[in-house]
Ligand binder design. Structure first.
Ligand code: ADP
Ligand code: MG
Length: 238
């Protein structure tokens, strides 16, 4: 059974349909990259998985359980956004523990989970700092820390590196992938950067205009693109 299954997902905003029947599955521990040009529906699809947007039709299943009608907090999913959305007035420690406090976890348990995530992310020395006193890479790690402490079944990333400079972006690719493999958490990672997708993903989903053009392992897409669009987007030799 797949960890995450999307079956014929459709989503409309008013009269405008932006997802035209998306079917994709991710296995346990798999890292899926969702790529495609700006406006093709990547963020919308991610938000429907998280439960932040209702779908018009189709099914979303996590470990076989239909979650269409579950609130975001009941889906066991953690999402990392492009702009991190850290709370500026809170310390790193409070930022990382915030969702756990909301969920009503005991203080001891929160402390343990935050300490463990900080250790993994090399943030232990920065727990008392405010976000403004951190580098871009450290802020990105805090954003990941907030996801990790929840020990979710699925990680969702929406272009998490697009605000970082080129050098840091390359470094963080490696860090995110390493972390994901260590935790073995099924991940859907949205990017419009095909190099990022090629270097990080177990499987790539190429989207265009609210549809899936092709799903495959990075090298398969590169060697056997299904059509001109995929070939051009992935940069295969023609
Ligand atoms: P991507 O993340 O691939 O750049 P989006 O998922 O953000 O694409 O957007 C897909 C399409 O849906 C775009 O045409 C966008 O204008 C439209 N869209 C996104 N959010 C809304 C919204 N809240 N209301 C109306 N249209 C939206
Ligand atoms: Mg987007």
């Amino acid at each position: 059974m797949a960890r995450l299954e999307l079956e014929e997902i459709r989503k409309s905003y008013g009269a405008l349909e932006v997802l035209h029947g998306i079917s994709v599955a991710a296995e346990d521990g798999e890292f899926l990259a969702l790529v495609g040009p700006s406006g093709c529906g990547k963020s919308t699809l991610l938000r429907t998985i998280a439960g932040l947007e209702a779908i018009t039709s189709g099914d979303i299943r996590i470990e076989g359980l239909r979650v269409n009608d579950l609130a975001p907090r009941d889906r066991d999913i953690a999402m990392v956004f492009q702009n991190y959305a850290l709370y500026p007035h809170m310390t790193v420690e409070s930022n990382m523990g915030f969702a756990l406090r909301l969920a009503g976890l005991a203080k001891d348990e929160i402390g343990k989970r935050v300490a463990s995530a900080a250790e993994i992310l090399d943030l232990t020395r920065y727990l008392d700092r405010k976000p403004v006193a951190l580098s871009g890479g450290q802020r990105q790690r805090v954003a990941m820390g907030r996801a990790i402490v929840r020990a979710p079944k699925i990680f969702l990333f929406d272009e998490p590196l697009s605000n970082l400079d080129a050098k840091l972006r390359v470094q963080m690719r490696g860090e995110i992938r390493e972390l994901q493999q260590r935790l073995a958490t099924t991940t859907v990672y949205v990017t419009h950067d095909q190099v990022e997708a090629m270097t990080m993903a177990d499987k790539i989903v190429v989207m265009n205009g609210g549809k899936v053009e092709q799903v495959g392992h990075p090298l398969d897409l590169y060697r056997k693109p299904a059509n001109i669009f995929v070939a051009t987007f992935i940069g295969s030799p023609q």
